[in-house]
Write a protein that binds this ligand. Sequence first.
Ligand SMILES: [Zn+2]
Length: 162
Amino acid sequence: IEYPVLIFIAACTSFITIIINYYLSNFEYQGLVKHTGGCHCGAVRFEVWASADLHIFDCNCSICKKKQNRHFIVPASRFKLLKGAEHITTYTFNTHKAQHTFCKRCGVQSFYTPRSNPGGFGIAPHCLDEGTVRSMVTEEFNGSDWEKAMKEHKTIKNMSKE
Ligand SMILES: [Zn+2]
């Protein structure tokens, strides 16, 4: 084979590789993308399938207010803890339904189990790695009057359903 032909084949191969890598890194399945994230020290790491356009809840219940907690909710099946189970500790209070999980090394709550959706996870958007979030819409949730807010909200309780 002549040299220019080899160059051409090499160029084509690298072009195809770039296209495939681009496609895989932006892989979207049924409107979901794979986000990865974790705590500050790196002990806790997870992956979560969710939309690239995130719907964030900004809650003002007693603990969310103190933590400035914001989160989006996913069904449990879309969340996978990659590492750090042994570094996670859990704080509960009042009804003990919400599981306020956080890294006991660095103190960061990158995900938890919200009282609104005990069958799912609340993920902190600010703990995701860069590059997979396209947009964020933040909705205030009046968790300080929790029962009333839950009754009036049309969709929040279904957000952990498949
Ligand atoms: Zn940590």
